[in-house]
Design a protein around this ligand. Structure first.
Ligand code: GUN
Ligand code: ZN
Length: 434
C-alpha cells in the first residue's frame, strides 16, 4: 500500500491525564489553530498549525475545518448490541425490565439475518455518535458476535465484544449451558481475538444468570488466552444485590462472587457499580479492574446515582457507558450531560475536562488501550472526530457567547448529540460524514 499522508486543520483538544490526579490545567492540550497529521492510519504529528506546516511538504493534502473542534473518538465502555431495537422501554426497573422487554428482544438474534441487519444499524449508530471503540455485549447466540465483528472488520474499527454466557434464571429459549458457553466462546476467541483491531471479551451476563459451573469456566477461559477482556454487570439495582446474596450465601458480597471465580483483573470491566461499598471499590482498584459509569441507564431504570468521587478516592479506573438499551442514547455527549446531573444530585461537580477524560482517555485506560486510542498523541491510531460548533442554531448561537475552551466544551456536552458529530475517522478513514 502506498504511504498516505493527510493533515487536518481546526481547533484541536485532547485529554492527556486524569484531572483528579494532575489538576485540570495539566490534564489537556488545546491548540486553537491546530494541525493533526495522519500517516497510514496512525497519527504522526500534532501541534500548532503555524509551527507544523513549516515542516511539512508543500503539496500535503490539508482539510481545513472552520468553527469545529477535533477530539479523539469517543469510547463507550458498556453497550448491548441486541438491545438496539428496545431503547426506551417503558415503566420497569432492572429485573422486570429484563424479563418483560430485554430477553424477548434478544431472542430475535437466533435469526442470523436479524443479527446481521442489527449489527449494521448498530455500528452506523456508534459512528454517527462519534463512538470509535466500544465494549459490546452480544446476545447468547454466537452469531450476534460474528455479525458484529464482521461489520466492524470491514471498517477496520477497534472494537471489543463477547457472546453472553447465561445458563440459569432466564427463559429456556435464551440460555446456554456451562459447557456450550465455554466451547462457543472459545470458538469466537479463536476466530476473532487479535484479528485486525478486534478483541474478545468473556461475557457472563451477571451473577444471577450464571451457575457456579459457568462462572468457573469463564474464569478458566480468561487464563487460557492472553489479553482477553471480561465484562459483566455489578451492583446496579438494590433488588439485584439482594438476589445475589440469596444465590451465593457463602460469598461476602456481590463483588466477592466474581472475585472467587477469578474474574477480576486489568481487562475486566464491571458495568454500573452504583451500590458498591468502599471495600469493593478498593478491591476493584487493587486488581486493576474498571467500572463503566452509565448515567442515562442508571436514571432511566431508576437504579441510583454512581459515586464517582468514591471511585476517584480509590484511584479506580472508570470509563463511560451508554448501556443502550437500558441507557437511552448512543451519544456520549448526551451521556455526559446526564453524568453532570448525577453529580449535581450528589452535591459534586463534574468539570468539562473530567468529562472529556471519561469519554476518551479514561475509557482507553479502563480498557488498557491508552497506547493506541483515547488521545491524539503521535503513534496512536487515527480515530478522531470533527465536532461542528454550528450543528444546531441554538448551539451556534450559544457558542458565540463562549469565552473559553472550558465553556465551549461544557456547552458541547450539554447541548450536543449525534448532530454535533460532523465527521468520524477510524484508522484514518472517514467512516461517518453527517
Ligand atoms: N444486568 C443484567 N443484564 C443486564 C442488561 O442487559 N442491562 C442492564 N442495564 N443490566 C443488566
Ligand atoms: Zn448493561
Amino acid at each position: 500500500m502506498p504511504l498516505t499522508r493527510k493533515a487536518y486543520r481546526a481547533a484541536i483538544l485532547h485529554s492527556i491525564a486524569d484531572p483528579a490526579e494532575v489538576g485540570i490545567e495539566a490534564s489537556y492540550e488545546y491548540f486553537e489553530d491546530g494541525l493533526l497529521v495522519v500517516d497510514n492510519g496512525q497519527i504522526s504529528a500534532l501541534g500548532h498549525a503555524r509551527e507544523l506546516l513549516a515542516s511539512l511538504p508543500a503539496d500535503i493534502e490539508i482539510t481545513h475545518y472552520q468553527d469545529a473542534l477535533i477530539t479523539p473518538g469517543f469510547i463507550d465502555t458498556h453497550i448491548h448490541l441486541p438491545q438496539t431495537g428496545m431503547v426506551g422501554a417503558y415503566g420497569e426497573q432492572l429485573l422486570d425490565w429484563l424479563n418483560t422487554y430485554t430477553f424477548p428482544c434478544e431472542s430475535q438474534f437466533a435469526d442470523r439475518a436479524h443479527a446481521e441487519e442489527v449489527a449494521e444499524i448498530f455500528i452506523k449508530e456508534l459512528l454517527r455518535n462519534g463512538t470509535t471503540t466500544a465494549l459490546v455485549f452480544g446476545s447468547v447466540h454466537p452469531q450476534s458476535v460474528n455479525a458484529f465483528f464482521a461489520a466492524a472488520e470491514k471498517l477496520d474499527l477497534r472494537m471489543i465484544a463477547g457472546k453472553v454466557m447465561m445458563d440459569r434464571n432466564a427463559p429456556d429459549y435464551l440460555t446456554d449451558t456451562a459447557e456450550s458457553s465455554y466451547l462457543e466462546s472459545k470458538a469466537l476467541i479463536e476466530r476473532w481475538h487479535g484479528k485486525g483491531r478486534l478483541h474478545y471479551a468473556v461475557t457472563p451476563r451477571f451473577a444471577p444468570t450464571s451457575t457456579p459451573e459457568q462462572l468457573t469456566l469463564a474464569g478458566q477461559l480468561l487464563g487460557e488466552y492472553p489479553d482477553l477482556y471480561m465484562q459483566t454487570h455489578i451492583s446496579e439495582n438494590l433488588q439485584e444485590v439482594e438476589w445475589v446474596k440469596e444465590l451465593f450465601p457463602e460469598r461476602k458480597g456481590y463483588l466477592d462472587v466474581y472475585d472467587h471465580y477469578q474474574l477480576l483483573g486489568e481487562r475486566s470491566v464491571f458495568a454500573h457499580g452504583v451500590h458498591l461499598c468502599d471495600d469493593e471499590c478498593a478491591r476493584l482498584a487493587q486488581t486493576g479492574s474498571a467500572v463503566a459509569f452509565c448515567p442515562t441507564s442508571n436514571l432511566f431504570l431508576g437504579s441510583g446515582l454512581f459515586n464517582l468521587p468514591m471511585a476517584e478516592k480509590h484511584k479506580l479506573n472508570v470509563g463511560l457507558g451508554t448501556d443502550v438499551g437500558g441507557g437511552t442514547s448512543f451519544s456520549l455527549l448526551q451521556t455526559l450531560n446526564e453524568a453532570y446531573k448525577v453529580m449535581q444530585l450528589q452535591g459534586a461537580r463534574l468539570s468539562p475536562f473530567k468529562s472529556l477524560y471519561l469519554a476518551t482517555l479514561g475509557g482507553a485506560r479502563a480498557l488498557r488501550l491508552e497506547e493506541r486510542i483515547g488521545t491524539l498523541q503521535p503513534g496512536t491510531d487515527a480515530d478522531f472526530l470533527v465536532l461542528d460548533y454550528n450543528a444546531t442554531p441554538l448551539l451556534g448561537y450559544r457558542l458565540k457567547q463562549s469565552k473559553s475552551i472550558a465553556e465551549t466544551l461544557f456547552v458541547l456536552m450539554t447541548l450536543g448529540d449525534d448532530r454535533t458529530v460532523a465527521q468520524t475517522y477510524a484508522a484514518g478513514n472517514l467512516v461517518h460524514q453527517r
